[in-house]
Ligand binder design. Structure first.
Ligand code: 3PG
Ligand code: MG
Length: 404
């Protein structure tokens, strides 16, 4: 996939209203942003446009409201943060395409920036009905002269502000989307080998497609997080009260066989931190991965597994990592994720291309005290980067090519 059309393709921007689809979907605690990585990542394109004299209208979703306004999903605190990072006032419209949006856009001067309220407050944004989505996209398009697609985290969504609006306005990709696609292309086309993929997170069912595809491209697949227990069970081990997706056991057995026949090494944890309850205060101990007590649940990979994973990464030239190794939000279960991040930092220093995929994984490494520049690339898209690696068509990218 090439995503070539950059901002230059739009021509002179001074005085033109540019609608920018960013992904400002950040984790919030009340109105406090707990990880502003996505806002930071969105700044360069917005700044480039403002510096060029455009009247910049930023749109985004936040969370998953159900097509109507919900105060806890307001983008207002995010707009404030964007203003701080840009070092300029950012206007905020309290609706998406209503009177406030119109007034806010009309009041913009060259080089000004505005953020409109959460596009998912309108049912048209995520509607499955093309006409309903199209009607909302029409109203968004009326607020601008051209469109810049820069919300990488959402390019896998066929939604009005991502897909439909690109068909209505002259458009270009922003630098964030171009960079993300460039990096992911290096993983899918001829990766420098050995190429290892580390997958974590709760559910194997979220990762089925990508696992299937990776068995054709990666040399090693390291598995951690909640999905590990479905793998362990598929190998015939008891997993106690751990998260288990019974209905995926056959699929996972199929993957294990396929990996073996294709010569892809699947690396599973050899020890597990097993607790009596899903709680930081619960009694917990390290047990062998094939001896999880019946009354306990696994909440992290153990220290031997961390050492094993680090060893399996040590000679790699390319690594993609998505999903935490354990319930890292609780201190007793953070060690596995932290050790994995350290192993990635080490191979990055050795010259490997390391990519941390995903809003959640990115937030996890920052929360554990790592900085972005310790890794090759921290993607802003979790689902989007996985679907890219899966080889799926991403509507938000294909639309930019189709309508060129
Ligand atoms: C994300 O957080 O993965 C992106 O912002 C997309 O959000 P969504 O999964 O709610 O579409
Ligand atoms: Mg196009």
């Amino acid at each position: 996939m090439t995503v070539a059309s950059r901002l230059e393709s739009l021509g002179e921007l001074r005085g033109r209203r540019v609608l920018v689809r960013s992904d400002l979907n950040v984790p919030l605690d009340g109105s406090t942003i707990t990880d502003d990585g996505r806002v930071r990542a969105s700044v360069p394109t917005i700044k480039e446009l403002a510096d060029a004299g455009a009247r910049v209208v930023v749109i985004s979703h936040l969370g998953r409201p159900k097509g109507e306004p919900e105060a806890r999903y307001s983008l207002e605190p995010v707009a404030r943060r964007l203003g701080e990072l840009l070092g300029q006032d950012v206007a905020f419209a309290s609706d998406t395409v209503g009177p406030s949006a119109q007034q806010t856009v009309d009041a913009l001067q060259d080089g000004d920036v505005a953020v409109l309220e959460n596009v998912r407050f309108d049912p048209g944004e995520t509607s499955k009905d093309d006409d309903v989505r199209g009607a909302f996209a029409d109203r968004l398009a009326q607020l601008a002269d051209c469109f810049v697609s820069d919300g990488f985290g959402v390019v896998h969504r066929k939604q009005a502000s991502v897909y439909d609006v690109a068909r209505l306005l002259p458009h270009a990709t922003g630098g964030l989307v171009s960079t993300e696609v460039d990096v992911l292309t290096r993983l899918t086309q001829n990766p420098d080998r050995p190429y290892a993929v580390v997958l974590g997170g709760a559910k194997v069912s979220d990762k089925l497609g990508v696992i299937g595809n990776l068995l054709g491209t990666a040399d090693r697949l390291l598995i951690g997080g909640g999905m590990v227990f479905t793998f362990l069970k598929a190998q015939g081990h008891e997993v106690g009260k751990s998260l288990l997706e019974e209905d995926q056991l056959d699929t996972v057995r199929g993957y294990l066989d396929e990996a073996e026949s294709k010569g892809v090494e699947i690396v599973l944890p050899v020890d597990i931190v097993a607790a009596t309850a899903f709680s930081a205060d619960a009694d917990h101990e390290v047990v062998a991965a094939d001896a999880i007590p019946a009354d306990r649940l696994g909440l992290d990979i153990g220290p031997k597994s961390s050492a094993l994973f680090a060893e399996k990464l040590s000679d790699t030239h390319t690594v993609f990592w998505n999903g935490p190794m354990g319930a890292f939000e609780m201190a007793p279960y953070a060690a596995g994720t932290k050790a994995l991040a350290e192993a990635l930092v080490q191979v990055t220093a050795n010259g490997a291309l390391t990519v941390v995929g995903g809003g959640d994984s990115a937030a996890a490494v920052r929360q554990l005290g790592f900085s972005d520049d310790q890794f090759g690339h921290i993607s802003t898209g979790g689902g989007a980067s996985l679907e890219y690696l899966e080889g799926k068509e991403l509507p938000g990218l294909t639309v930019l090519e189709e309508s060129d």
